[in-house]
Ligand binder design. Sequence first.
Ligand code: SAM
Ligand code: SF4
Length: 317
Amino acid sequence: MTKPTPLIDSHGRVHTSLRISITDRCNIRCFYCMPAENVVFRPREELLTYEEIERFASVAARLGINRLRITGGEPLVRNNLAGLIERLSTIAGINDIALTTNGVLLAEQAAALKNAGLQRLNISLDTLDDDVFFQLSRRRGIDQVIAGIHQAKKLGFDKIRLNAIAIKSITEQEIVPLATFARQYNLELRFIEFMPLDADDQWQRQQVLTGDEIKKILETAFCKLLPVTRDDASQPAVDFRFSDGQGRIGFINPLSHPFCHNCNRIRITAEGQLRNCLFSTTEWDARELLRNEGTDDELETLIRSCVSGKNAAHGID
Ligand code: SAM
Ligand code: SF4
């Protein structure tokens, strides 16, 4: 059998990474993502089943997708995520499975996830302070998140990253405590510039705390940050190491330094809609094919047209 041609878009970018949202639900309400109240979640039957996700990922894998990231909403609120990871980890061609989580339910699920084949974890951690956590997420739970981080570390995941949002007038005071924590436990910390993804539509450009501003604060508090050459050019982060040898810091700067030219990602929503960018307003309906006897060839055509319709850049600024 001849190998299918890779997923290359009209700008020459080869796509090898698929982000799979498995739910729109969440157990907290970060103001930069969800409204405080009256969130209307999709009925369960509208979400792809684990069987449908597995089939979609298998077709994508034949086209050269080799990395999967599970996200949401909060993926740990969906039943038996370990069961999905187990299915995905048997797909030929998939050599990396990662999860992005808020960490609230991680301590209780980490062992099952690891046993199922999960390799890497991104845990969102914007603060270590209980009150700031409440201010940001409108829920209590920082102790559970920290317990989840310790449990994951104890279990020996290949890589655990902490992701902190960077918002002006909020994040400045969190930078040094977060970096101290990451250095103490030898965890990689990344700051992500605030993007216009909030459900309340309140985002403003001047609220973005840039990676350059955070870097200055870190260098003043600790020591010089030295650039690290990345091993994977498609990684959105710019990485640095502390010159005292203790730890690494990354910056994901979609606003101040967009990285679209290296993007290798496509995403599928919990309802089975394929997108070629986080900010894309166009969707390709995979669920329709998955539920109505669509063939693998038809799914392949859908994935290819999603990739070939990708814009050069996100255009959010
Ligand atoms: N619930 C999981 C979590 O919080 O890690 C996974 C889904 S969440 C949408 C994925 C990541 O997006 C989190 O690290 C979160 O901080 C980040 N995020 C959400 N809204 C954002 C925004 N407006 N700007 C930048 N990052 C955002
Ligand atoms: Fe939930 Fe993650 Fe959104 Fe926060 S960022 S509300 S944890 S989905």
